[in-house]
Design a protein around this ligand. Structure first.
Ligand code: CP
Ligand code: NVA
Length: 305
């Protein structure tokens, strides 16, 4: 089942992931030159959003239309997936209209169910559990900036959330040194951490000490302290997460040249200072651009399976 969909990075082999990254590099140049690329002529992509989005919506829609297809935006108030209608019924109906589905949902079980009943590829555009398109993009961006990704040290500061789970899935396939530095009680899912360690490909650490964690980091990465669906906890989390803010002092304490990454949207002066966001070592907007190119590559690969 998983081979026809893009639900988790770890559903793919390292070689398959590299193929996606290399294709993304090729088509990035084509998109930038606005070359015609009619891979999806007369095809349609249904984009289901149960949560808000800027990058995922605009990059998928722009990318699919650039490749000659038509993308349909279905927002939180449109189809009522799982509320107005059963998820498996949406899968079966859209499989008859469309050629691909991209969905951003709350419960991870729901995207699995959507995929199980779909005869067309389903792409995970974020769930409460993971965000595979983002982290494929992130490693592509790291590759562009460092020309290499082997054994680089990536320190994620903040909540052990969906972003972290996808980094852990990537660490099962590519050799990395990945550190999740979070407050106690906000660690990533322990089963996912165990699986990533058991793969014995990467070095995985969980830390609660920001200045120690960032030593020798090639990248410092952060994300919002309260994810979509947790915004009512934002105030309480702010006090707990404050010591984990990425600011200039933290960037200065790595002992080497370190790049800053953020999946966006950023809440400036919470998880990251405005100064770090605006600095020339921030590659957050390269990441945002690359969502488009990497997702285009993912869609092309899925269409050929
Ligand atoms: N990074 C990301 O997925 O952004 P959006 O939530 O705006 O889509
Ligand atoms: N962890 C964030 C990521 C947003 C792209 C969220 O789920 O809201």
């Amino acid at each position: 089942m998983s081979k026809n969909h893009f639900l988790h990075i770890s559903d793919y082999t390292g070689d398959e992931l590299w193929e996606i990254l290399k294709l993304a590099k090729q088509i990035k140049a084509k998109f930038r030159a606005r070359e015609n690329y009619n891979h999806f002529n007369n095809k349609s992509l249904a984009m289901i959003f149960a949560k808000p989005s800027a990058r995922t919506r605009v990059s998928f829609e722009t990318g699919f239309e650039w490749m000659g297809g038509h993308a349909l935006f279905l927002g939180p108030n449109d189809i009522g997936i799982g509320k107005r209608e059963a998820i498996k019924d949406i899968s079966r109906v859209f499989s008859r209209y469309n050629d691909m589905i991209m969905a951003r949902l709350f419960d991870h079980k729901h995207i699995i169910e959507l995929a199980e009943h779909s005869t067309i590829p389903v792409i995970n555009g974020l769930t409460d559990y993971n965000h595979p398109c983002q982290i494929m993009t992130d490693i592509f961006t790291v590759w562009e900036h460092l020309n290499d990704i082997e054994n680089i040290k990536i320190v994620y500061m903040g909540d052990g959330n969906n972003i972290v789970h996808s980094w852990l899935h990537l660490a099962m396939r590519f050799p990395l040194h990945f550190v999740c530095c979070c407050p106690k009680g906000y660690e990533p899912d322990s089963e996912t951490v165990e699986k990533a360690r058991a793969a014995e490909i990467s070095k995985i650490e969980i830390s609660h000490n920001p200045t120690e964690a960032v030593k020798d980091a090639d990248m410092i990465y952060t994300d919002v302290w309260a994810s979509m669906g947790q915004k009512e906890e934002a105030e309480a989390r702010e006090r707990i997460f404050k010591p984990f803010q990425v600011n200039q002092d933290l960037m200065n304490s790595t002992g080497k040249k370190t790049l800053f990454m953020h999946c966006l949207p950023a809440e400036r002066d919470r998880e990251v200072t405005d100064e770090v966001m605006e600095s020339d070592y921030s590659i957050a907007f390269d990441q945002a651009e690359n969502r488009l190119h990497v997702q285009n590559a993912i869609m092309i690969k899925l269409s050929k399976r």
